[in-house]
Unconditional design. Structure first.
Lengths: 213, 298
């Protein structure tokens, strides 16, 4: 469960106050809103990359407001993906597991499983520089999901993809939703995408977070 | 007004094709890039030609036998060894200090950042002799009523005297070379997208792990450049070494001081031969470091 209780977020010159939200365990929430309305700032605040001046953020019953990002058990896929330029695909998938001192056998097994789920087994030894948009997106998803986080945050994951790749990725996200059951918060501008994936929908408008459905 | 211009837009009586089709095809401008390359190449070549002329003049002035005689002198051979050693140590120390400082200056806004950023440039703008004098004063300034001195403490307690010995050469070189290395590393980290480090932190990295596992591997090329610049800067250092380490033959003499010492005793041929030796050393070391950098990042 993700809970936001009267959270204030600030970025640059603007602040949004009293933002509250509740996403139950296993739910797939979609957040929509105009460009520049603060959606990405909200996501960065949840994953700990921005500190919040006031309010509380919960995962389950635990208040994680002041936890460092690495201790929040959140998988984050930013809009720009921010893949690691010096690592190959396999190393991306193994990254979070290595940090958790997982054994080499388990790392090999888990990265293989994740690569199969994402359909990128043939890319494992490739460097990230030559990957297409869809392939990069899958690598970023795998990197975020491999350590089995409680929460997955997706910042416009399909916006930079062509139509057919977007459809493929949408199917993949639906499959991940069913197989992993991870609680997800997904930012998008696309209503069709929201309709296909969302269990609940929020809209951030004029500084207020509305529960749409 | 030409005939063609007067007929623009009117159909040609014979073919029915509008005459502007013909006239516009005649008016296509073929612009050349040659002036651009001539101007850019001409201005750029001023500097290149100057360097080539300088080296050519040195080569024309000296002969192979002068070179052989100079290199056979035990003092010059000792200076060569000391130069290689001190430049390498100073360059490595510079990169070790410049990498974390460059990262902090690039990534964080903290109180006093502006002052630290300015302090880094002090050794670059300070006259070399003043830097040497400042080092000398630092090591020999009596502190407190007991008159405690850093140099005395290092010599008597630690057993590592610095002033007028080879560590003074390294410290004098490091003081200037490190400033250049820091500037290089700040630019290096400025060019690396910090988003990857942010994502690494969400995956479980501490800030230290994000630096070591994500930022540092991307900065390797910049570190090689910083090492190269520091090494080259240390090779050319003269003023602070003369003041802080002295110019004692076989002890604190590096090649830049050799040129000065040979000149001061009227040995112009030896001075030019040593200068050419420094040019060759710089060329070879820079070439090796750059190839290494290209190999590591390819």
């Amino acid at each position: 469960m993700i809970g936001l209780h009267q959270v204030t977020i600030c970025a640059g010159g603007f602040c949004l106050s009293n933002l509250s939200m509740q996403i139950q365990s296993g739910q797939y929430a979609v957040l929509m809103g105009k460009t520049g309305c603060g959606k990405t700032t909200l996501l960065e605040s949840i994953c700990g990359l921005r500190s919040i001046p006031s309010g509380k953020i919960y995962i389950g019953d635990i208040d994680i407001t002041h936890f460092p990002p690495g201790d929040r058990q959140i998988g984050y896929v930013p809009q720009d993906l921010a893949l690691f330029p010096t690592l190959n695909v396999q190393e991306h998938l193994a990254f979070a597991l290595r940090l958790r001192k997982t054994s080499a056998n388990q790392i090999a097994e888990r990265t293989q499983q994740m690569a199969e789920v994402l359909g990128i087994t043939h890319l494992l030894s490739r460097r990230i520089q030559g990957l297409s948009g869809g392939e990069s997106q899958r690598v970023a998803l795998g990197r975020a999901l491999v350590a089995q986080p409680k929460i997955l945050l997706l910042d416009e994951p399909l916006s930079a993809l062509d139509e057919s790749t977007r459809d493929e990725m949408q199917v993949l996200l639906q499959r991940l939703k069913q197989t992993t059951g991870v609680t997800t918060l997904h930012i998008t501008h696309n209503s069709a995408e929201a309709a296909a994936l969302a269990d609940i929908r929020y809209r951030l408008e004029d500084g207020i977070l509305h529960l749409v459905s | 007004m030409t005939t063609n211009e007067s007929n623009v837009g009117e159909p040609s009586p014979s073919s029915g094709i509008p005459s502007w089709t013909v006239s516009s095809s005649l008016q296509i401008r073929r612009r050349s890039d040659v002036p651009f390359f001539l101007v850019m190449g001409g201005l750029s070549s001023c500097f290149i030609v100057l360097i080539v002329l300088l080296i050519s003049a040195d080569l024309a002035f000296t002969s192979l036998s002068d070179f052989r005689v100079a290199l056979s002198k035990p003092e010059i051979r000792a200076a060569f060894r000391l130069t290689m050693l001190t430049c390498t140590v100073a360059a490595i120390l510079s990169v070790l200090a410049a990498t974390p400082l460059g990262y902090l200056l690039s990534r964080y806004r903290f109180p006093g950042r502006f002052i630290i950023d300015t302090l880094v440039d002090i050794p670059i703008v300070l006259p070399p002799l003043v830097l040497g004098l400042s080092l000398l004063i630092l090591f020999h300034l009596p502190i407190g009523r007991s008159g405690w001195e850093l140099e005395t403490w290092l010599r008597d307690t630690v057993g590592f005297p610095v002033t007028y010995r080879w560590p003074a050469v390294v410290l004098a070189q490091f003081s200037v070379a490190c400033a250049f290395a820091v500037r290089t590393m700040v630019v290096t980290f400025d060019q690396i997208n910090p988003r990857a480090e942010d994502v690494a932190r969400t995956l479980g990295c501490t800030r230290a792990q994000a630096f070591l596992k994500i930022a540092l591997p991307q900065a390797v090329r910049g570190m090689i450049v910083a090492l190269t610049i520091s090494w080259a800067r240390a090779l050319g250092e003269f003023g602070p070494i003369l003041v802080f380490a002295g110019a004692t033959r076989m002890r604190t003499e590096v090649l830049s001081t050799t040129v000065f010492l040979e000149l001061s005793v009227g040995q112009l041929n030896a001075a030019v031969a040593v200068s050419l030796l420094m040019v060759m050393m710089a060329f070879v070391v820079l070439l090796i470091l750059r190839s290494l950098g290209a190999g590591l990042t390819s």
